[in-house]
Design a binder for this molecule. Sequence first.
Ligand SMILES: Cc1cc2nc3c(=O)[nH]c(=O)nc-3n(C[C@H](O)[C@H](O)[C@H](O)COP(=O)(O)OP(=O)(O)OC[C@H]3O[C@@H](n4cnc5c(N)ncnc54)[C@H](O)[C@@H]3O)c2cc1C
Length: 368
Amino acid sequence: MKKEIIIIGGGIVGSTAAFYLSRYAECNITLIDSGQGNATRAAAGIICPWLSQRRNKDWYRLTSQGANFYLQLMEDLKRAGVDELPYRQTGTLVFKNQPHLLEKLYQLALERRQEAEMIGELTIYEESNLGQLIPELETDQGAVLTGGGGRLDGAALLDILQKLFLQKGGTIIHGQARLGKHQTVQVNEQELAYDQLILASGAWLPQILEPLGYKVDIRPQKGQLLEVETNFSSGKWPGCMLHGEIDILPFDQGRLAIGASHENDKGYDLTVDSQLIEEMKETAIQFIPALKNYPISKTRVGTRAYTSDFLPFYGNLNDQPSIWVASGLGSSGLTSGPFIGWQIAREILELKNFFDRRPFSPDRYIKK
Ligand SMILES: Cc1cc2nc3c(=O)[nH]c(=O)nc-3n(C[C@H](O)[C@H](O)[C@H](O)COP(=O)(O)OP(=O)(O)OC[C@H]3O[C@@H](n4cnc5c(N)ncnc54)[C@H](O)[C@@H]3O)c2cc1C
């Protein structure tokens, strides 16, 4: 009899795991997703961990590995017949408002490039030269351009991964899943048995594990962003990481994503805060004044998951090795998510992983 694998959560982790498992495992695989609050579909999509000021070495090792993994994932998608890829390396500009900070950032990037070739070409752009990259930009700040920085359309990636999963015989169920007794999952009044279970359920991991008596160190963080449809030729513009939390992410056909907020006190709320959205647009207008001529075309809200030390975790549960978990990816989850999903798939397939995941063990965050 074929083994049953169930994945709960159709975000970037669950969908990547589903894609790889369906290609290589001789199993029945079911992906269950409620679709609520999905952080991946709400996200902006800057893939550029290298210039981060975060000091945690484990976080940096994971996210830089995650950024590298995009090259492999895109190759695998191409091999699976995908022509229009959702990820592109158009570079990332990181802005600083003082020349000495710019120089410091540049030195850090040079140092990090010794171990992360993917950073690519590094250039300091004075404010007067930035117009070569983005003609509409008007700022008195300079920026470091990281040639290897990438941009991702999170929703497009999920659609592609899930479509390929279905083509390989996978099953997708839309609904809210609960864990039952004796290795079962309940969804839409069905009871499904599993041999291996992946809980890639983002900020909702505590709720799903609670009936089994586990306490999980995960909190929800609300993230909002806005989109503007312009007539700018933005297809080749680099992503812009401004000061504070605001990024401007250009896509094809003049579509710009602007955001995102990081709200720790709103729980699982998914309502749009129009005032906050306007404030984020105002920040972007300070850099691209022509944006004021375009109305907001879309807003997106999602729920990120984060742990008390802001590190993600993944792996199987100590006392239930057939249950795999991944959560706490925070605001860099688009970067690390595919790599995490791929590694879980490889472990289930009993393939060797070269990456030491011990610092991300779930044991620290999940207690009985
Ligand atoms: C506005 C915003 C901007 C962001 N920008 C960036 C960025 O620029 N770069 C970056 O690297 N990261 C970014 N992130 C972070 C990144 O999007 C997340 O960390 C990542 O997508 C989390 O992926 P996930 O698969 O763990 O969870 P999710 O994508 O949240 O997926 C989890 C899914 O599980 C489902 N689920 C949960 N419980 C159940 C259940 N019981 N039954 C069925 N389904 C269930 C949920 O409904 C959800 O669909 C951003 C996030 C937001 C919100």
